[in-house]
Design a protein around this ligand. Structure first.
Ligand code: SF4
Ligand code: SF4
Length: 466
């Protein structure tokens, strides 16, 4: 599955701009015949990495060719990820921001925004509320502001890890925050974070300048190379992303793959996750100049699945439940559940503050779990890899389909069993164990050992990770 992009290995240098937008556009001028699409599908299903030119062929294909690409993505998703779907929650820590992204209501010039940063005691209440629901994996989200320094981010991550209530605890804290210097990334790494996410929003430099007119975020290249500095600081688990709606979607998908290739070429490690939120209507903010339709959105997800099989694809509750369900089929491997965007709202009922965007899936985590189980999926709260040191090059070394059988499925089963014992209703418990039993039947020789661990969980032990 490893892809050594020799052409880019020679060309790409850490901390240099690697996006040549004209190169991406010219790749997208390719001819995409049915035969070429078939050839690319065969290659993707053999788990060979696609070149940028091959990804462009998929992106450009005629509408009547799309069905087979979607089918291939579905097949590859099932083979690589099985039935497991990883769950997390975003936790907005503070919405002060020095930037003026035109599409975001947290922008500095929005005088109507209610600004707030969680105090340590409020953070504790928020984390307790999330663990009471069953969460084990958080993304802490910060605006870009001097008060959210590296020390503050690291301190907040440590505080989140320190919260323990009954069997509840957060086992993996991911970060979504501003790009930092190498020194500052080292400070954050010291707090044992999981993934550090930085979304480029749009890779098109001209459009980027239009939407990010002031503040540090106006520096396209500083943001683009943010994860290079994270890697240099030893954070080898990073997440990339775009905000669909800003730039033409085909170019953005190709740019995400180009960013993947850059990280691989420079550090031998690709992104752990790829995110692709779509702009939704926000109060007073400019809308999306390049909206992406539901069909194109689904197709973009399928192409990303075929292009970067090892990366977790994240889809948040910005999207409605029906669309999220479909997206899981074609490639998404991580979703949030029970998300709330108002700062401090997990522990309070007051939900009237300024939000960064609107949610279209406001189901509590328990309903998301029930719905996944009803669709024969295996909800997972697994956080094992980074805690076992399987990150960066080490993570990339594993052959991904084998990885699922050896690690992902057993860990999904065990963390679901914990959820069923600690948080589920009787009905969810019955249905959840039925899914677990079905997965055990397909697990082969490891099944007996996993069954023994389930018994230990039923007797009160926790965190029996592989
Ligand atoms: Fe600030 Fe992020 Fe909103 Fe931009 S998108 S204004 S950086 S919070
Ligand atoms: Fe993710 Fe690793 Fe757990 Fe699989 S075993 S779900 S890759 S953390």
């Amino acid at each position: 599955m490893r892809f050594t992009p020799e052409q880019y290995k020679l060309k790409d240098i850490p901390n240099n701009n690697f996006i040549d937008i004209d190169e991406l556009r010219s790749l997208l001028e390719c001819e995409s015949t049915a035969q070429k699409v078939d050839e690319v599908i065969v290659k993707a299903l053999s788990k060979s990495r696609l070149t940028l030119a091959q990804v462009a062929i998929l992106l450009n294909c005629a509408p009547e060719q799309r069905a087979k690409v979607l089918l291939a993505a579905q097949k590859l998703k099932q083979e690589v990820y099985g039935n497991r779907i990883v769950l997390f929650a975003p936790l907005y820590v503070g919405n002060y921001c020095s930037n003026c992204c035109t599409y975001c209501d947290f922008r500095a010039d929005n005088v109507n925004a209610n600004r707030k940063t969680l105090t340590p005691s409020e953070l504790k209440l928020e984390v307790e509320a999330l663990t009471d629901a069953g969460h084990k994996r958080l993304i802490l989200v910060f605006g870009e502001h001097p008060i959210y320094s590296a020390d503050f981010i690291a301190k907040t991550a440590r505080e989140a890890y320190s919260v323990k209530k009954n069997n509840g605890e957060i086992r993996r804290v991911n970060i979504n925050a501003a790009p930092l210097s190498v020194e500052d990334f080292k400070v954050v790494k010291g707090a044992d974070i999981g993934t550090y996410q930085i979304f480029q929003e749009t890779y098109d430099p001209q459009l980027y300048a239009k939407f990010h007119k002031s503040g540090k975020k106006a520096d396209y290249q500083y943001r683009l190379t943010g994860l290079d500095r994270a890697m240099e600081a030893g954070i080898d688990d990073v997440g990339i992303g775009v905000l669909f709606g800003l730039g033409p979607w085909r170019t953005e998908v190709l740019a995400l793959v180009r960013h993947t290739v850059h990280l691989e070429a420079c550090f031998n490690v690709g992104p752990h996750t790829i995110s692709f939120p779509r702009i939704t209507q926000t109060q007073g903010a400019e809308g999306a100049p390049n909206p992406i339709s539901d069909d194109d959105f689904m197709y973009a997800i399928a192409v990303l699945r075929l292009a970067v099989p090892y990366a977790g694809l994240i889809l948040t509750a910005r999207e409605n439940p029906e669309l999220r369900d479909k997206a899981i089929k074609y490639g998404v491997s991580q979703i949030d559940g029970g998300s709330k965007l108002d700062i401090g709202s997990y522990s309070k009922t007051d939900d009237e503050g300024t939000k960064q965007f609107k949610l279209n899936d406001d189901r509590p985590l328990s309903e998301v779990i029930d719905s996944l189980i009803d669709s024969d999926r295996l909800p997972s709260f697994c956080t094992a890899c980074y805690r076992k040191g399987r990150t960066g090059e080490h993570f990339m070394e594993f052959s991904v389909p084998g990885f699922i059988k050896r690690f992902c499925t057993p860990n999904a089963i065990l963390t679901l069993a914990e959820y069923l014992e600690d948080y589920a209703t009787e009905t969810t418990k019955i249905n959840g164990y039925a899914i677990i039993n079905r997965e055990l039947e397909q697990l082969g020789e490891k099944a007996t050992e996993v069954e023994q661990r389930i018994e230990r969980i039923k007797s009160g032990e926790r965190d029996l990770l592989y």
